[in-house]
Ligand binder design. Sequence first.
Ligand SMILES: [Zn+2]
Length: 181
Amino acid sequence: MSMKITPFTRHHVILLITLAVTLGAVVDSPAEAAANPSDFDRSKARAPTPLIAASLPAPQRFALIAAFKTAYRRAYESESCRRLFEELEISAAGALAASHYDRPAAAAIRAHCQKRVGAVTSVRSRHIHLCPGFETLSRNDQAAILIHEALHTAGLGEWPQDLEAPTSRQITERVKLACSL
Ligand SMILES: [Zn+2]
């Protein structure tokens, strides 16, 4: 499956919010599962420990650790999942390992963490702010959010800040399809 993703090279500070998108059944291709994990060598099949700020509440921390393992594993196993990152000229392993997770400031929670918003970041920022309620989402939805945010870290823009980029929902749907989440 071909994914058209528009890299966004200009840095901007507008926060991007990520809604949790729950899709119906996702078809997993057997060919994907057998794909050679190109940018992960065998020793990297295990996810590294995610970078987590001390401010992140314990329930979110535990959810994040489990979801990060799922996200990393999917990228390790799925060529189509890794390709989302390779189109941005970074490895999935590198982008996920670079992500730094914390709790949004109170004002940002009020402004951005409304219903179904799982996380907030900005393009090319390594700082991913997990909204309250992230821990209540399904493991797959959490993992899709982490991959979605890592794509922003890698430079992926988002409509409407970048008029040529996909919407937040489109990005999450692509992630869920490509990464079988
Ligand atoms: Zn986004």
